[in-house]
Write a protein that binds this ligand. Sequence first.
Ligand SMILES: *Cc1c(COP(=O)(O)O)cnc(C)c1O
Length: 232
Amino acid sequence: MKLIKDNLTEIRERITATAQKCGRDPQTITLLAVSKTKPVSALEEAINAGQLCFGENYVQEGVEKIEYFAENTDLEWHFIGPLQSNKSRPVAEHFDWCHTVDRLKIAQRLSDQRPADKAPLNVLIQINISDENSKSGITLAELPALAEQVSALPNICLRGLMAIPAPESDPARQCAVFRQMETAFHELQAQYPQIDTLSMGMTDDMDAAITCGSTMVRIGTAIFGARNYSVS
Ligand SMILES: *Cc1c(COP(=O)(O)O)cnc(C)c1O
């Protein structure tokens, strides 16, 4: 198996090359290492290779890793999984970001539960851009109203949008979906000055996402290898 360090180097080089190809500054794209189901030893390898931002999908697993690495204050933890309201407290208390806000009730709870001694929790509104099978995310038509409500809450900071499109292997079709996100993102930015994050792009659609303006790619498989859910 290839080393995590080498995978990270390859991904960073690919981000740079893709950004340059479409005239973007590679520095404007953050690489989020998606470490769900992976042991702390794998995260340690990534950290030793300079990776600081990690994405976790499961609340309990994520909190355990955050506590394990508590002494390293350079790390940034992103919650990227579906969030039920009864699990919002540990996310508000431990994570730095939540990418999956898709209703006011969750946003309110995150704001209420954010500890006073921490900076506001950074949140993204999840858009269901193309996946009819997914129950997560709102439609673009619902975005203006939710963005207005979320941005008014005191202890969270609305930073932008996130999407997980339906799997699609054709880059042109991947792009067509991502362009809709890019347009919505720019409209939101025009209204709210703090909006700076468009979270889209995974191992199989990263290049199209970067071409279409992603500022944060969420990469798991290409860094850590395939996930084995049966032993996790
Ligand atoms: C698992 C996951 C990823 C990473 O997917 P890969 O295809 O392994 O890169 C990114 N985003 C979300 C929301 C995920 O759940």
